[in-house]
Design a binder for this molecule. Structure first.
Ligand code: C2E
Ligand code: CA
Ligand code: CA
Ligand code: CA
Length: 278
């Protein structure tokens, strides 16, 4: 038994070393990714439920890592958060989104608002508001065409400091949404203190909407309370017509998910904008 315990231990440390090596490898590759232009933006439409038209698009980061294909954000955003690189990368995302929007405008398309995700780490960085202002000025984008999403958990973490930053962003004419709502143990009434316009209901509550009476009750409650606070609701991860119909009957305003489209590269998003209004 002693011997096998030792083997287990060796196996365990070997696995640990492997994991550490992969992490190290990822992190050092990420350090050069921005300079080497390996990041890309994908766009996912947000649909107005009443009209089934495109209301806006969420901007989602991808990493085209040489030799590894397209890497999804869950694999690398936590590392960027941890080492602080999310600050320059996040600034790049904002800038790239605004430039893309302006390019579509120059091509004669009618751009829709783009929603960029902001991470907690970006809020802790003193230069956030200045960075946003610089991007608005340099790109010339109308403030109404840029929105930000911040998770419920991030909002709860920071308190007064975050509140002040959100007020400044709001004062610039940019809209704010609460992301992943329902996962962070806060009350909507409390969140009313923040200058937000939209609540994005986390996919966790949408996934089993057809089968779970409990999830239906939670989603109804969120939509009703959001409505009474003049906040509009977006359901995340809508994959089926049944989910869509349920959300419509409950008065949810917007839906985002594979039912309409997965996140797509700029070229496809462009085609979607070009088709709009035909
Ligand atoms: P999120 O902000 O909650 O974004 C929604 C995620 O749900 C996206 O994953 C999207 O592809 C996925 N999704 C959309 N519709 C469906 C659906 O119908 N079914 C399922 N199963 N999933 C759906 P993605 O693109 O992998 O992004 C993961 C997370 O990475 C995002 O979650 C966000 O927290 C973070 N992220 C992505 N881009 C950025 C960024 O530029 N900055 C920051 N700070 N975080 C980002
Ligand atoms: Ca989001
Ligand atoms: Ca979300
Ligand atoms: Ca999420």
């Amino acid at each position: 038994a002693k011997a096998s315990g030792r083997n287990n231990y060796q196996f365990f440390t070997q696995k640990m070393n492997q994991a550490a090596a992969i992490h190290f490898d990822l992190e050092s590759s990420l350090r050069t990714a921005l300079a080497q232009d390996q990041f890309e933006l994908y766009y996912q439409p947000v649909i107005d439920i009443a009209t089934r038209t495109v209301h806006g698009m969420e901007v989602l980061l991808r990493w085209r890592r040489p030799g590894h294909g397209l890497v999804m954000p869950d694999r690398f955003i936590p590392i960027l958060e941890e080492n602080g690189m999310i600050v320059p990368v996040g600034a790049w995302v904002m800038r790239q989104a605004c430039e893309q929007s302006m390019e579509w405008l120059r091509q004669g398309l009618q751009p829709v608002p783009l929603a960029v995700n902001l991470s907690p780490r970006q809020f802790m960085h003193a230069g956030l508001v200045a960075a946003i202002r610089a991007v608005l000025e340099d790109s010339g984008i109308a403030p109404g065409l840029l929105e930000f999403e911040i998770t419920e958990t991030a909002l709860m973490q920071q308190g007064e400091q975050t509140l002040e930053i959100l007020r400044q962003i709001n004062a610039m004419g940019l809209r704010l949404s609460i992301d992943d709502f329902g996962t962070g143990y806060s009350s909507l009434a409390y969140l009313k203190r923040f200058p937000v316009k939209k609540v994005k209901i986390d996919r966790a509550f949408i996934k089993d909407l057809e089968t779970s009476a409990e999830d239906r009750a939670i989603v109804s409650a969120i939509i009703a309370l959001a409505g009474s606070l003049q906040l509009s609701t977006v359901a995340e991860g809508v994959e089926t017509e049944q989910q869509f119909a349920l959300l419509q009957s409950k008065g949810c305003r917007y839906a985002q998910g594979y039912l309409f489209s997965a996140p797509m590269p700029a070229s496809n998003a462009r085609m979607l904008l070009a088709r709009r209004g035909d």
